[in-house]
Design a protein around this ligand. Structure first.
Ligand code: NDP
Length: 332
């Protein structure tokens, strides 16, 4: 049993761009958890990280011996930062090793996988959260408040776009990614529309964008636009693309509007509303997110970004793809 004041140990699984550039640096700022271990398929990375972050050799794993992490009391939390199609198996293995789990977005490729992940965590009595960092950012907490508390009147409609030019790596492999820009970037629009209204959508309607580079975007959309319909005729018009840099959220309300642009970055968010500028001191989103999960474990309270939320979003993403293929509106 750890001393109550001891920081919980986090092991990052998959030392790609997000682990390297965001999560490991954030874990140098966290107050309630720290970088205790790593899981990687690259011996060269293991060595470099061991030296850079002073990680004991006994806390370094590869994908084969990962399950022996069960015997390591220095690791409390496993953070799965692998390509999307690997999220389910590593979350389940981590749960069986009795570790609490943070799994990156999108939670998995299918709703069935999400259910298995949630069940594995329940059966092994560990907590599960999704890497939804924006729930810990003051700009996003503010648009949640403006929307959910009808501060400028009820939200009438929303528009949100997220795109990136020239993605690479696993994102261009439809098997590893489970789809295209919708899975990777559109999920932020799906999230925002829900946390601004405090509601889940009742239907979706989607259309694939023009495919000018079929050789590059094999088995996935190059861009996609979709509508999410909420109760009371509230709707969100959204777009995700791998061919354009897009990053915005805007809500029209009965008495005004509010927006973030850029909306989904790690920092540098700019907020405005019909009542004036939205200004907050920026935070390290990832540090806040991981600290909150560590506290949720310590205080044995729910996380605001649980597996059930990840599953709901995967269900919506899958419905959007079903609609894109059929051309029909899909009820949720
Ligand atoms: P990268 O491609 O940069 O890294 C993925 C890492 O996974 C690799 O470096 C590798 O680590 C490991 N890996 C294991 N098997 C494979 C395989 N077959 N192919 C490729 N990589 C493999 O991806 P990102 O770091 O950008 O993304 C990882 C996850 O994090 C994704 O789910 C993504 O959606 C999510 N993400 C979330 C963000 C957020 O803001 N919440 C931002 C960016 C990403 P190693 O060499 O150590 O074995």
């Amino acid at each position: 049993m750890k001393h109550r004041s001891a920081k919980l140990g986090v092991a990052l699984v998959g030392l790609g761009k997000y682990s390297t550039n965001q999560l490991a640096p954030a874990l140098q700022e966290t107050v309630h958890c720290h970088l205790a271990g790593i899981v990687t398929g690259e011996p060269g990375k293991a060595e470099a990280w061991r030296d850079k972050y002073d990680i004991p050799q006994r806390n370094i794993y590869d994908y084969e011996n990962f399950d022996t992490i069960l015997d390591n009391p220095a690791i409390d939390i496993v953070y799965v930062v692998l390509p999307n199609s690997m999220h389910a198996s590593f979350t389940i293995r981590a749960a069986k090793a009795k570790k609490h789990v943070i799994c990156e977005k999108p939670m998995a490729i299918t709703v069935d996988e999400c259910n298995s992940m949630i069940n594995a965590c329940v059966e092994n009595n560990v907590k599960l959260s999704i890497g939804y960092r924006l729930h810990f950012d003051p700009y996003h907490l503010e648009i949640m408040r403006l929307g959910q508390e009808d501060v400028l009147g009820t939200v009438i409609n929303m528009k949100s776009e997220h795109g990136m030019k020239d993605p690479g790596g696993f994102r261009l492999n439809s098997v590893l990614a489970g789809g295209g820009p919708l899975m990777d970037l559109g999920i932020y629009c799906v999230q925002a529309a829900q946390y601004v209204t405090g509601r889940a959508p009742i239907s979706v309607w989607a259309q694939e964008g023009p495919k000018t580079k079929p050789e590059k975007f094999l088995g996935m959309e190059q861009s996609i636009q979709w509508i999410m319909e909420f109760p009371n005729d509230i709707r969100a018009d959204c777009r995700a693309s791998y061919d354009e840099d897009l990053d915005s959220f805007r809500a029209e309300t009965q008495r005004g509007w509010f927006e973030l642009q850029p909306a989904f970055e790690y920092g540098g968010l700019i907020g405005k509303s019909s009542a004036g500028k939205i200004v907050f001191t920026p935070v390290n989103q990832q540090a806040k997110q991981m600290d909150d999960f560590a506290l949720a474990i310590r205080e044995n309270r729910p996380t605001p970004v649980p597996g059930e939320m990840g599953r709901r979003d995967v269900e919506i993403l899958q419905a959007i793809y079903t609609s894109m293929k059929s051309g029909q509106r899909v009820l949720l």
